[in-house]
Design a protein around this ligand. Structure first.
Ligand code: GTP
Length: 596
C-alpha cells in the first residue's frame, strides 16, 4: 500500500470510557469482522484463537475504509492502559500519526485522559476529540464538549459525538481519520527500519513481534537484525492482523504488522527496539530505546519450601512473555528460599503473583514491596538498595529515593481532602488548574514509595470514588529514611525489616510489634518483641510466658486421646518457623505481612 493511503492511529481513553466497544464498531463498519462473528470486545477475546493455535493477539488491526472514492488502509494500534506500562504506551503512540481522544460523555475528562493526551502531544500526533456514550440518558455532551475543547484548544463544534454502543457517529469518525490524521512519511529507498511496539509470546509460534515500518521495507524470508543487541534472526513469517493474522510478502513504509522469527523469549525482541535488515543495516535506531526498568521490589517465597524449584521454573516461563520481569534468589531466615523480584509497579506485581498462583498452582507469600534507594555510606560508597537487608549498617551519608509527578483530577469540593492526603504522604504541591467550574487538576511531586502502595485506595475513599490519578517517574531526592528492624527476643526477623521515612518509623514499629504480639502464640518463656533503628529501640511489646504442657489437660484420660493430641502438636510444628529460640507459626508471618 502506498503510504499516502495509510492512516495509523490509536484510541486513547480513561479506563471504561469505551475504547473496546468503539473498536468493535470500527471492525464491524469496515467489514473486517463479519456480523455473525462479531462478539463484544472482539480484540480482548483473542485467547479463543490461542486454543486453536493460530493466535496473534491483535495489538494492531488493519482495516480498509473507503472515503471519497479512495480506499485507505487504517492501522488501529492498541495501547496498554496502565501507568505501570507507560513506556509501552509511549512506544505504541510513536507508531501512530493520530490519536482519537475518547471521553465518556457522562463522565468528562479523567486523569488517564490527560496523561494520554500529554503523551500524544509529546509525540506530535494529530488529535481527534470525541465524546462517547451519547446514547446515555446521563450524557452531558454540550458541557463536556466545552471542557474538551478548552483542554486541547479547539472549538467545541469540532468535538465529535458518537456512541460505540449504537454505532451513531462512528462512520463520520472514520472519515475524520482520513482527513485529519497525516499519512506516514518515510524513505522507501533507505535501509529498512521498523520499531517494535509490542512483543508477545505464543506457545505455538514463539514470539510474535509487532512493528511499524518507518523506512525501507522488510520482506519475507529476510534476515533481520535487532539494533540494540545486534542479534540476527531469520524471518519465518511477516504479515498483518486483520484482525486474524494474514501472511504477506512484506511490509513497506508506514505499514504496521507482525514478524515471527521462532525465538522463544520476548527479551530477544524488546518493545522500543529497532529492527533492520541484516544484509543492509540502518545506521541509527528510531527514537531512544529504553530497557524496561523495575521500580518496585518484593520477595516472593513459596509457603511450602519444596515448591522452590517450581517457583523458579514458573518465573522463567513468565519471563518469556514479560521483558520487564526480573528476579534473583533470596534467602530469608523466617521465610526460607525464595526470589527477590523486580516489577514495573504494584499492578505488575499483583498480576504476576496472581498468575503464579493460578497458572502454576503455587501458594506464595510476598514481603512488603519497596522502591529502589540510593544509599551513600560514610566512606562515600554508593549502594543501590532493592531489599532492606542490603541497607548498609553504620553511619549513612545520604539516602536518595525516587520521586514522581502526580496528577489528580477531582470535583472541587474534594480539594481539601486531596491536599491533606498528599501532604501526609510527603507531597509538595506543584500547581492546580480548574478544568471547568467544578473540576480541578491538582499536581504534586511525591515520593514513589508513598504513592505506589495504598495511595490510590486512600484517594478513592476520601473522594467518594471521584478522584482519578496518574503519575510518572521524575528522578530522585534526598530523604531522611531509616531502616526499622523487628526483633524477637533479640533476634532480627528479616522479613519484617522496612525502609521508612524517619517520621513514619515509630508508627511502623508499633504496628508491627503489636500485630506480632497478637499473632505469635505464647511460649514457655517470655518473648520481647522490639522495633529498632540501628541499636535504638523505638517500640516494645511482650508475649507473656505460659506453661505449655498440653498433656496435663488429659491427666488420667485415655491414651488414644493423648496420642491424638501429641500428633496434632507435631503437625502444628511442621508449619512453625524458628526465629532464634522462638517458634512462630507460618500464619503469623502471612498475617503480619498482608496489609491491613
Ligand atoms: P477498558 O478496556 O477497561 O479500559 O475499558 P474500555 O475503555 O475499553 O471500555 P469498554 O469498551 O469495555 O466499555 C466500558 C463500559 O461502557 C462497558 O460496560 C460498555 O458496554 C459501556 N459502553 C461503551 N461504549 C458505550 C456507549 O457508547 N454507550 C453506552 N451506553 N455504553 C457504552
Amino acid at each position: 500500500t502506498s503510504p499516502r493511503a495509510i492512516r495509523n492511529f490509536c484510541i486513547i481513553a480513561h479506563i471504561d470510557h469505551g475504547k473496546s466497544t468503539l473498536a468493535d464498531r470500527m471492525l464491524q463498519l469496515t467489514g473486517v469482522v463479519e456480523p455473525r462473528q462479531m462478539k463484544a470486545q472482539y480484540l480482548d477475546r483473542m485467547d479463543i484463537e490461542r486454543e486453536r493455535g493460530i493466535t496473534i493477539k491483535s495489538q494492531a488491526v488493519r482495516m480498509p475504509w473507503d472515503c471519497q472514492g479512495q480506499t485507505y488502509a487504517f492501522h488501529m494500534i492498541d495501547t496498554p492502559g496502565h501507568v505501570d506500562f507507560s513506556y509501552e504506551v509511549s512506544r505504541s503512540l510513536a507508531a501512530c500519526e493520530g490519536a482519537i481522544l475518547l471521553v465518556d460523555a457522562a463522565q468528562g475528562i479523567e486523569a488517564q485522559t490527560l496523561a494520554n493526551l500529554y503523551l500524544a502531544m509529546e509525540h506530535e500526533l494529530a488529535i481527534i476529540p470525541v465524546l462517547n456514550k451519547i446514547d446515555l440518558p446521563a450524557a452531558m455532551p454540550d458541557k463536556y464538549a466545552e471542557e474538551l475543547a478548552h483542554l486541547i484548544g479547539c472549538d467545541s463544534s469540532e468535538v465529535l459525538r458518537v456512541s460505540g454502543k449504537t454505532g451513531e457517529g462512528v462512520e463520520d469518525l472514520l472519515d475524520r481519520i482520513v482527513e485529519e490524521v497525516p499519512a506516514p512519511e518515510g524513505d522507501a529507498e533507505a535501509p529498512a527500519r521498523a520499531m517494535i511496539f509490542d512483543s508477545v509470546y505464543d506457545t505455538y509460534r514463539g514470539v510474535v513481534t509487532f512493528v511499524r515500518v518507518t523506512d525501507g521495507q522488510l520482506g519475507r524470508r529476510e534476515k533481520i537484525k535487532m539494533m540494540s543487541t545486534g542479534a540476527t534472526h531469520e524471518l519465518l513469517e511477516i504479515g498483518v492482523s486483520s484482525p486474524e493474522p494474514e501472511a504477506t510478502d512484506g511490509l513497506g513504509v508506514g505499514e504496521v504488522g507482525y514478524l515471527i522469527t521462532g525465538v522463544k523469549d520476548v527479551r530477544q525482541s524488546k518493545v522500543g527496539d529497532t529492527v533492520t535488515s541484516a544484509a543492509r543495516p540502518a545506521e541509527s535506531i528510531i527514537g531512544g530505546y529504553q530497557e524496561p526498568k523495575p521500580m518496585v521490589f518484593s520477595g516472593l517465597f513459596p509457603l511450602d519450601g519444596s515448591d522452590f524449584p517450581v517457583l523458579r521454573e514458573a518465573l522463567e516461563k513468565l519471563q518469556l512473555n514479560d521483558a520487564a520481569l526480573n528476579f534473583e534468589p533470596e534467602t530469608s531466615t523466617a521465610l526460607g528460599f525464595g526470589f527477590r523480584v523486580g516489577f514495573l509497579g504494584l499492578l505488575h506485581l499483583e498480576i504476576t503473583r496472581e498468575r503464579l498462583e493460578q497458572e502454576y498452582n503455587l501458594d506464595l507469600i510476598s514481603t512488603a514491596p519497596n522502591v529502589i534507594y540510593q544509599v551513600t555510606d560514610e566512606s562515600g560508597e554508593r549502594h543501590e538498595v532493592t531489599n532492606p537487608s542490603e541497607f548498609p549498617d553504620g553511619k549513612i551519608a545520604e539516602i536518595r529515593e525516587p520521586i514522581v509527578d502526580a496528577t489528580i483530577i477531582v470535583p472541587a469540593e474534594y480539594i481539601g481532602a486531596v491536599m491533606e492526603l498528599c501532604q501526609a504522604r510527603r507531597g509538595s504541591m506543584d500547581g492546580m488548574d480548574y478544568l471547568s467550574e467544578e473540576r480541578v487538576e491538582i499536581r504534586y511531586t511525591m515520593p514513589l514509595a508513598e504513592i505506589v502502595f495504598d495511595f490510590f485506595d486512600q484517594l478513592k475513599s476520601r473522594t467518594k470514588g471521584y478522584a482519578s490519578l496518574n503519575w510518572q517517574a521524575s528522578g530522585d531526592q534526598a530523604a531522611d529514611l531509616v531502616k526499622v528492624e523487628i526483633l524477637l527476643q533479640g533476634d532480627r526477623v528479616d522479613a519484617f525489616s522496612a525502609i521508612t521515612h524517619r517520621d513514619h518509623a515509630y508508627a511502623y514499629g508499633v504496628k508491627m510489634a503489636s500485630k506480632l504480639k497478637d499473632l505469635i502464640p505464647r511460649q514457655q518463656f517470655e518473648v520481647p518483641i522490639q522495633a529498632a533503628i540501628g541499636s535504638r529501640i523505638i517500640a516494645r511489646e511482650n508475649i507473656r510466658a505460659i506453661r505449655k504442657d498440653v498433656l496435663s489437660k488429659c491427666y488420667g484420660g485415655d491414651i488414644s486421646r493423648k496420642r491424638k493430641l501429641l500428633e496434632k502438636q507435631k503437625e502444628g510444628k511442621k508449619r512453625m518457623k524458628m526465629v532464634g529460640t522462638v517458634e512462630v507459626p507460618q500464619e503469623a508471618f502471612i498475617a503480619a505481612l498482608s496489609s491491613d
